[in-house]
Design a protein around this ligand. Structure first.
Ligand code: ZN
Length: 204
């Protein structure tokens, strides 16, 4: 949760995490826009490997542009951040362990840092550097999605194509949100095929 009592004169770190389809990026953008409405200087970073976003794609309806950078590595952030008071970072799981020190440095400089990223990979393993970021952050929001099989709250990213890479960049079609019960990292069968096979998914 973000604080009711807003810190004054210090920076802090907020982490927005959860599985795929849990609305992490939407929540990040909502917080950044709200800061922008207050005329705070906002900048947002995304890993360049995420092809879903065009450069400078984050604009607000009020016509204000949010400064947006695609980066390859976390260490680029300090050189680009300028005088921003609020720093957003999306898809943090692609930025590696260096991100932790970078984010701490930004917060120590008095900035509000908001980081969004996946907390688990498709095998349910903690996805670095999110565990480390959760440890050093002041505020944590864990979003849940809705299980595509049974409709329960979902915290897992189910891969539905049989491939080994730790993450399939930009391939949201290759995943479904699943709850703990319906998630199985070794069964790539998508919901539709399971339904076609006659499974009664609501009772499974
Ligand atoms: Zn389920």
């Amino acid at each position: 949760m973000t604080p009711n009592l807003q810190p004054v004169g210090v920076g802090w770190i907020e982490v927005i995490t959860g599985c795929m389809f849990s609305g992490k990026t939407e929540e990040l953008i909502r917080r950044l826009r709200r800061a922008q409405y207050a005329r705070q200087r906002v900048v947002v970073f995304k890993p360049g490997i995420d092809a879903r976003y065009a450069e400078d794609s984050v604009g607000s309806h009020s016509g204000q542009r949010m400064r947006s950078f695609q980066i390859e590595r976390a260490v680029e952030i300090p050189t680009l951040v300028g005088e921003a008071q609020v720093v957003g970072i999306d898809e943090a799981q692609f930025l590696g362990p260096d991100l932790v020190g970078v984010v701490e440095e930004l917060a120590n400089q008095g900035r509000r840092v908001i980081v969004a990223g996946l907390d688990m990979d498709y095998q349910g393993r903690p996805f670095e550097p999110l565990p480390q970021l959760l440890a050093v952050s002041e505020y944590i929001t864990k979003n849940l999605a809705i299980c595509m099989v049974c409709g329960n709250p979902a915290d897992r990213s189910q891969r539905i194509v049989d491939r080994d890479a730790r993450f399939l960049v930009g391939e949201t079609d290759a995943y479904e949100a699943r709850c703990r019960r319906c998630w199985d990292p070794n069964n790539f069968t998508p919901r539709q095929e399971r339904l076609a096979l006659g499974e009664n998914l609501s009772e499974s």
